[in-house]
Design a protein around this ligand. Structure first.
Ligand code: SF4
Length: 506
């Protein structure tokens, strides 16, 4: 259904009992699609089981074809219908429809959703693709590619496709076909005409890309452009496939590198993160988390058993135990055990995070309505890296920003003793700036609150206090002194400082 719903002129006839039509809701409600999925259900009922359900299915196919006039018909059974063993493919073919009929063998009770989508896409391509016409002209042609893998109900697929198409166009590569998202039967037929394939979602498109490579000698990309360094690697990969130079200024809209550097390292560096989702997103997100955000990957896993090897490889890199399971209770146990400070997961891990009160951002399908924002929010490419930075950092507590410290540390207006700016001070304005700068650097006024007589700051503690951003240093000093007083401590040590911090942040 994810493949059929993504496309424009196919129709899927599903042999299914009454009640299975709820599946329409997933698309119209979660993805807010403005149309119903192109699916007709045979909707047999209990009383039909004694009669001729095969005839019922044939009528459903014939009616759907008359009504929707698709260019190709997909037929299959839901898990319940499989038990009655009608043969949808044979039955539909017996109708001699004037368009291709593609039977799907998807044992729903044994196989998982991504496998089903991958198999459906593969069957469509196998049945429809025609060999490319040989271009015999000597004229050089613009390098071209297809983008494979985006579907309906995919996590941010719509925006990833836009981002990566723009990137490819900026590199001088023509995007011939995007499939299955928004593709027509005619588009699928043209797949073999491109020079190579860009596989954005291997869970959906790997099988098809491998077949296209075998049949038509079309290479395909391996890098998933999530994060800045992976996007750069992706650019190197596609430009080498198409023998093009990399244009200057391609990274102008990229902010995430500078942004992540500019955040106070106390609040990001070394944050312990746990990742779970489809293998592709988990492996790519772990790389971004570790290399570009400065997080510590403390655990990662996937429900995609087909890609367990890739996830195990990644786990080795971060020296953590991989979790390959589709049991969400096992995932919850692992999260409890690891105590991460941030979870990057699917909608299911978002539920778990809420229960355990841990910040969370979604990085992979299965998705929820809120993963289809109205605004442009890709995960891939340079803009995707910007979006990742925002969505991962915001659930964490924000601290003071390092770049402010760098820019204003020496500024005469900003020091612990400065009066609040909104109160103004004509005397300050009259004083020569250079003189004030010297004052600010050499003898900063003492904080407004007097030091309690009973607690003295040790040299180390005073030094540690100096590391606290100057915006809040005064408050930290006062809180620590208050705490020391309450605890009856005569000396404030580094330990007292941190005890006070823990005490007041409770
Ligand atoms: S279980 Fe979670 S993802 Fe599924 S429908 Fe409910 S809220 Fe949405």
């Amino acid at each position: 259904m994810r493949v059929a719903t993504a496309m424009t002129n196919v129709h899927y006839v599903l042999h299914a009992p009454q009640g299975d039509t709820y599946a329409d809701l997933l698309f119209t409600m979660i993805e807010r699609l403005p149309r119903r999925p192109p699916v007709t259900y045979s909707t047999f009922q209990a009383r039909d089981l004694g009669g001729d359900t095969a005839q019922l299915f044939k009528e459903a196919v014939a009616n759907a074809f008359d009504r929707f006039q698709p260019q190709a018909v997909l037929v299959g059974s839901s898990c319940t219908a499989e038990l009655i063993q009608d043969d949808p493919g044979g039955l539909a073919r017996a109708l001699n429809l004037p368009v291709p009929v593609i039977p799907l063998e998807l044992p729903a009770y044994q196989r998982k959703e991504n496998w089903g989508a991958s198999e459906t896409f593969y069957q469509l391509v196998r049945n429809l693709v025609k060999p490319a016409d040989k271009d015999l002209s000597a004229a050089p042609h613009k390098p071209s590619c297809n983008i494979l893998g985006p579907t309906a109900l995919g996590f941010r697929h719509r925006d990833d496709v836009r981002e990566i198409s723009q990137l490819l166009q900026a590199l001088g590569i023509e995007v011939k076909v995007i499939a299955p998202l928004n593709a027509s039967v005619e588009d699928i037929r043209k797949l073999a005409q491109a020079d190579f394939n860009v596989v954005l979602y291997p869970e959906i498109a790997n099988t098809t890309a491998q077949w296209l490579e075998r049949q038509f000698n079309q290479p395909y990309t391996r890098t998933i452009p999530i994060g800045v360094s992976a996007t750069r690697e992706f650019i190197r990969e596609v430009t080498s496939l198409s023998e093009l130079p990399i244009p200057v200024g391609l990274e102008d809209d990229m902010h995430s590198v500078w942004y992540s550097r500019s955040v106070d390292s106390t609040y990001l560096t070394g944050k312990r993160v746990f990742l779970f989702g489809d293998a592709t997103h988990v492996v790519a997100a772990a790389r971004f988390a570790s290399e570009e955000m400065g997080f510590e990957v403390v655990g990662l896993g996937t429900y995609s058993r087909e890609f367990a090897r890739e996830v195990r490889e990644a786990a080795k890199k971060y020296q953590v135990e991989p979790l390959i399971t589709d049991d969400y209770l096992a995932v919850e146990e692992q999260i409890k055990h690891l105590h991460p400070e941030l979870i990057l997961g699917t909608q299911m891990e978002r539920h778990i995070a809420k229960r355990l009160n841990i910040p969370c951002a979604v990085i992979s399908a299965p998705v929820h309505i809120q993963d289809f924002p109205a605004r442009y929010a890709p995960q891939m490419g340079f803009e995707g890296a910007n979006v990742l930075f925002d969505t991962w950092v915001h659930p964490l507590m924000m601290g003071l920003e390092e770049h402010l410290l760098g820019m204003f540390r020496e500024d005469f207006e900003f020091h612990d003793g400065a009066a609040p700016s909104h109160l103004g001070s004509s005397r300050v304005a009259e004083t020569p700036v250079t003189a004030l700068r010297e004052v600010a650097q050499t003898e900063l006024p003492k904080p407004i609150t007097a030091q309690p007589a009973s607690s003295a700051w040790s040299i180390e503690a005073e030094k540690e206090l100096g590391k606290i951003p100057f915006f809040v240093r005064g408050k930290a000093r006062r809180n620590t002194e208050r705490y020391a007083l309450e605890q009856g401590l005569s000396t404030i040590t580094v330990e007292t400082l941190y005890d006070a911090k823990a005490h007041f942040s409770r």
